[in-house]
Design a protein around this ligand. Structure first.
Ligand code: NAP
Length: 247
């Protein structure tokens, strides 16, 4: 399949979970992928897993909250490849607690990674994409950003914020040839969800009419569609990938 042939893509949080599945899917669709993640060891495993794609995959050990690193790495990609076609703003964390128990440091951490870093990466990418007159930005939200969730004040605030930011960028960047959308996964079988108590996971998968957790590849498929020309008139929206979850 060649849905993304020769497109240059950054995928943040690309060494685990949904990000890793998206790296694999984008490579299989012919993309040239720069996978960013905080953990070099995970990055080495990623490179090993997808070594058959050769130079089409590189890994950058990078903290997406580090503005200088983000700006420099985007500039370096543009120097080497001549352009940047796709940004998947996927990196994200949870630090759950009920409102009364939440530490403000946990609130700040989650907002920094899930919201501020989406802004930092989005801004760096948009500056390049405006110059070239084309590009696609896709931001990771969550169903909980649409409906709320017990014990996730910080996470829900960040994911609702991502939807708002996506709508702003759609208005600002659409006229410059850049499409912007968000994806709102439901409960997907990754490390992030495995951290939740078994009872909560069972309850959440039971709430989805499809009666199961989603697989990372099922979210990656939607990223691939949205990033491709197949989605050429899809703009400013949030697509749920949640098995029909009823809040
Ligand atoms: P995951 O398995 O935890 O993978 C996220 C990756 O991002 C990890 O490798 C993580 O590294 C990395 N990361 C964290 N902070 C970073 C930073 N500051 N800079 C660079 N990389 C960083 O998560 P996932 O479940 O695949 O989720 C991916 C995205 O989808 C997230 O934005 C998440 O909020 C969203 N989402 C997930 C679900 C779900 O059910 N899984 C549902 C809705 C939305 P560490 O492991 O070292 O933190």
């Amino acid at each position: 399949m060649d849905l993304l042939k020769d497109r240059v893509a950054i995928i943040t949080g690309g060494a685990a979970g949904i990000g890793m599945a998206t790296v694999g899917r984008f490579l299989s669709e012919g993309a040239i992928v720069s996978a960013w993640d905080i953990d070099q060891a995970l990055g080495n495993e990623l490179l090993k897993q997808f070594q058959s794609y050769g130079d089409n995959l590189e890994f950058k050990a990078l903290d997406v909250t580090d503005e200088q690193a983000v700006t420099e790495t985007v500039a370096d990609i543009v120097t080497r490849y001549g352009r940047l076609d796709i940004l998947i703003n996927n990196a994200g964390i949870t630090r759950d607690a009920t409102l009364v128990k939440m530490e403000s440091s946990a609130f700040d951490q989650v907002i920094n990674v899930n919201l501020k870093a989406v802004y930092l990466c989005g801004q760096a990418a948009a500056r390049v994409m405006i110059e070239q007159g084309s590009g696609v930005i896709i931001n990771a939200s969550s169903v909980v950003g649409l409906y709320g969730n017990f014990g996730q004040t910080n996470y829900v605030a960040s994911k609702a914020g991502v939807i708002g930011m996506t709508q702003v960028w759609a208005r600002e960047l659409g006229r410059k040839g850049i499409r912007v959308n968000a994806v709102a996964p439901g409960f997907i079988a990754t490390e992030m969800v495995k951290k939740m108590p078994e009872k909560v996971i069972e309850m959440m998968s039971g709430k989805a009419p499809l009666q199961r957790l989603g697989e990372p590849a099922e979210v990656a498929a939607v990223y691939a569609f949205l990033a491709s020309d197949e989605a050429s008139f899809v703009h400013g929206t949030t697509i749920s990938v949640d098995g029909g979850l009823i809040a």
